[in-house]
Design a protein around this ligand. Structure first.
Ligand code: ZN
Length: 213
């Protein structure tokens, strides 16, 4: 029961207006893949969790206060159990509010995969996403704390489902392999970063596997 309420609370928080609130600033945070916030302290996050819990209880026909108290308790408990969890600040350069929101959504999907979780546990905070470049996606060094990406850049790639345009989520997975884990486009047919990072993440997300660099 407690776990169920907690899960509901977190999905509401990460899926709803909460995200809009923190994307308004230049900095967002992804914390252990389950809750993002920026500029909101520990007490504020507990209050947000409590409010969301109250709303869920209300929707489910329960009493607001009960839901709020349960959610606050669950959140505080989780917070206390996650003192070693990774907290990653994402800093943006350029891009609209909607573009930044879509990148954070993609990053949440990526960090939700096994390989993505490894990236999250390796990356240094803050990670900068520069959205001001045109027709390119790259990192200047591997590893590096900055990914440059044009969200309208979708080059055709060869996959096990034929030739398809690369999605931003795929490109981010690839560039995270370079920037966070220091992988290179080397090895046989220059497939190392694709085989180690891009394809495992795409596979877990149900997307085609890339066959050529
Ligand atoms: Zn590459």
């Amino acid at each position: 029961m407690v776990g169920g309420l907690s899960g509901g609370t977190i999905s509401l928080i990460s899926g709803g207006n909460f995200q809009d609130g923190f994307i308004g600033g230049l900095v967002g945070t992804i914390a252990g893949g389950y809750m993002g916030q920026g500029g909101v302290g520990w007490a504020g996050r507990t209050a947000i969790a409590a409010t969301a819990g109250g709303l869920i209880a209300e929707l489910g026909g329960g009493k607001f206060a009960n839901g709020a108290l349960s959610a606050a308790f669950v959140y505080l408990f989780r917070e206390s159990m996650h003192t070693t969890r990774q907290e990653l600040k994402i800093q943006f350069r350029g891009g609209t509010k909607a573009e930044r929101a879509s990148v954070l959504s993609d990053l949440n999907d990526i960090f939700g995969t096994k390989r993505g979780a490894k990236m999250l546990s390796n990356t240094q905070s803050p990670l900068t996403i520069d959205l001001s470049v045109k027709n390119r996606a790259f990192v200047k060094n591997a590893p590096s704390d900055t990914i440059y990406i044009d969200l309208n850049f979708h080059p055709k790639i060869s996959t096990d489902s034929g030739s398809i345009p690369a999605t931003t989520r795929r490109i981010l997975s690839h560039e995270l392999g370079h920037s966070v884990l220091g992988a290179l486009d080397d090895g046989i047919n220059r497939m190392n970063n694709i085989n180690l990072n891009e394809n495992p993440i795409m596979n877990e997300l149900g997307m085609p596997l890339r066959l050529e660099y």
